[in-house]
Design a protein around this ligand. Sequence first.
Ligand code: CP
Ligand code: NVA
Length: 310
Amino acid sequence: MDNDNPASPRHFLSLLDFSPRELRRLIERAIELKAMLGRGENYSPLSGRTLGMIFEKSSTRTRVSFEVGMTQLGGHALFLSSRDTQLGRGEPIEDSARVLSRMVDCIIIRTFQHETVERFANHSRVPVINALTDLLHPCQLLADMQTWFEHRGDISGRLVTWIGDGNNMCHSYINAARQFDFRLNIACPEGYEPDVAILEPAGERCRIIHDPVAAAEGADLIVTDVWASMGQEEEQARREEAFAGYQVNDAIMASAAKQALFMHCLPAHRGEEVSAAVIDGPQSIVWDEAENRLHAQKALLEILMGSWQA
Ligand code: CP
Ligand code: NVA
């Protein structure tokens, strides 16, 4: 235990950090906050509070949704690129956590190794949010779940099919299957399976089915993501070859349930992991999904900064 961290605040590094009940309450609250915003209500519970946002990787949605979310809640957000801070020049992550958490009220971090976020959180006096690591992307799942609930109601007992890499998004879908009680088929090429340490605790509800059409059969929701994630750019050509049969296209959607929906965390590569016809077609809800990053994370900020109880 770090003696600089007397308060031991609550963090959100993984979906498993919240109980299933808290996650459902968070989604309900996100839907409520969205409606309040739509009615033009002014709601500023985080007035005078500051969110520090550390980015060691690129971002459009995550950065903008957290920054706008803080503004709407009456607070302020501070963008901290590792290029311009001492973090990028090698200041230890523990020291950065000690210093920043004496000034700001909450911190989000997007970085490479998941362990970096854990070390930061262990030395922070304020809540830390995982804004994407190589292992997990839990904030995206809050938005995805909100989007599903808005379009189709409860996801409990439904079948979701993940098509593509066993990456950070796939791992967070596995954790979501546990927390929201849905079944998850994962279609990935051999050698690109999710981490066993994340998959195994999910038990029977998550299955790896290498054939994407078979994996999609009867699914209520089809989800995919890029073939090469941030940090894997030099593997692009090799991955394009390995994932060639894993594009979400009309054949995949035809195998899914008639009313199936399509999600993608974005950014997307039309013609690679998804065809233009699917992502721009009637079953795609990717723009609602992107917008809901804002509402779901506002609910998360409220909970972690103590202005609303889940
Ligand atoms: N989906 C998502 O996290 O997008 P950004 O990389 O633009 O933040
Ligand atoms: N798997 C992708 C998600 C981007 C939001 C990546 O890590 O680059």
